[in-house]
Ligand binder design. Structure first.
Ligand SMILES: *Cc1c(COP(=O)(O)O)cnc(C)c1O
Length: 357
């Protein structure tokens, strides 16, 4: 008997014809992509909506964020060119991903992170994968400026999303959504930080339509945090601040791409407060059992507000990217949960007492 293998070999293998690779490209993959698209009816009910909501759970990538889609391509192309060192600035997830793919490629990895501003799980990842981890006294934007300057020396390969192949890899998430839904959504919601992902999704949805593999273009609704909302305010933010560390960025590298995605899709980019973010962050865990990191809750908070304002037609099909896994940021999770474990003596009676039996 000859059974057909359904093994998934990563986004380059699956979507090669849409990506800048050839047979000569040495593919560095951790089998990223193919993440679940999970329907979240309970959340929709809780916010008073009347539509389908599907969450693209990118926290189930190999380093637990969507960054792996772009990183497989960035590191493969760097290897193809013979690069020995990759470097990035990161609010955490890019560094985790770069460190993992560089380890697999046998390359040295250097990551610059803003001191004291990255979630604990992400720091653990960079260190475990063996990246040279440099904590910069400054914010993400300052770290990215240094990385750009180092890139100009030609001695290192920059794998931030200013590297155009990152965006190419990330667009595969839009392809997967169309493949999984059997159509494109009416709306796609996502968080916006450096704005590479909103740029990538718009490219992906357009390319799939042009290839005859989907039937429409969604409206893209991006959300920034109120303390780091340069695209909404129309000017860079010098001292960005938000609990959602992954989108704590004052001067997005893909500024123009984000504005084009917004305008061409008849979409919007808006901002939500940290309080709204934390409310949605806890709600999606409680209603649907989906644990994400705070940045992912920005689009959920935005959706909540859109429902309240009557901006979502009944029966719409909506997708949203849950960009990173909840376990990345245990500090915020424990704080936001709002309660602590009961501590009791090791007896049946003591346990029965606290659970009210
Ligand atoms: C990188 C990241 C974002 C922001 O994506 P951009 O492409 O920079 O806009 C949002 N959420 C998480 C979890 C991320 O890692």
């Amino acid at each position: 008997m000859n059974l057909k293998s359904t093994r998934w070999n990563g986004v380059i293998d699956h979507y090669a014809r849409f990506l800048p690779v050839t047979d000569a490209t040495p593919v560095v993959s951790l089998s990223e992509g193919n993440t679940p698209l999970i329907r979240a009816d309970n959340f929709v009910t809780a916010i008073g909506g009347n539509f389908e909501l599907w969450l693209k759970y990118e926290g189930l990538n190999p380093t637990c964020s969507f960054k792996d889609r772009g990183m497989t391509l960035a590191v493969s192309k760097a290897k193809e060119r013979g690069a020995k060192v990759v470097i990035c600035a990161s609010t955490g997830n890019t560094s985790a991903s770069a460190a993992a793919y560089a380890a697999r490629a046998g390359m040295k990895c250097v990551v610059l992170i803003p001191e004291g501003k990255i979630a604990l799980g992400k720091l653990a990842q960079a260190l475990m994968y063996g990246a040279t981890t440099v904590s910069v006294r400054g914010n993400f934007d300052a770290a990215l400026r240094i990385v750009r300057e180092l890139g100009e020396t030609g001695l290192v390969e920059v794998v931030n999303s200013i590297n155009p192949v990152r965006i190419e890899g990330q667009k595969t998430a839009a392809f997967e959504i169309c493949d999984q839904l059997g159509r494109a959504p009416d709306f796609h919601f996502l968080p916006v930080g450096n704005a590479g992902n909103i740029t990538a999704y718009w490219r992906g949805f357009r390319e799939y339509l042009a290839a005859g593999l989907s039937d429409r273009l969604p409206r893209l609704f991006g959300f920034q945090a109120a303390g780091a909302a340069p695209l909404v305010d129309g000017a860079p933010v010098l001292h960005p601040h938000t609990v959602a560390s992954a989108i704590n960025i004052g001067c997005p590298a893909s500024w123009d791409g984000a504005i084009a995605a917004r305008d061409e899709s008849n979409g919007c980019i808006d901002k939500v407060t940290d309080e709204e973010i934390l409310t949605a962050y806890r709600l999606i865990a409680r209603t649907d059992g989906i644990f994400v990191e705070p940045a992912c809750a920005a689009p959920l908070a935005g959706l909540t507000r859109c429902v309240r304002e009557g901006r979502i037609p009944a029966g719409s099909v909506i997708t949203a990217t849950m960009t990173g896994h909840g376990l990345k940021d245990p500090d915020n999770a424990i704080k936001t949960a709002g309660y602590e474990p009961f501590v009791v003596d090791a007896t049946r009676e003591a346990v029965m007492q606290v659970i009210g039996l």
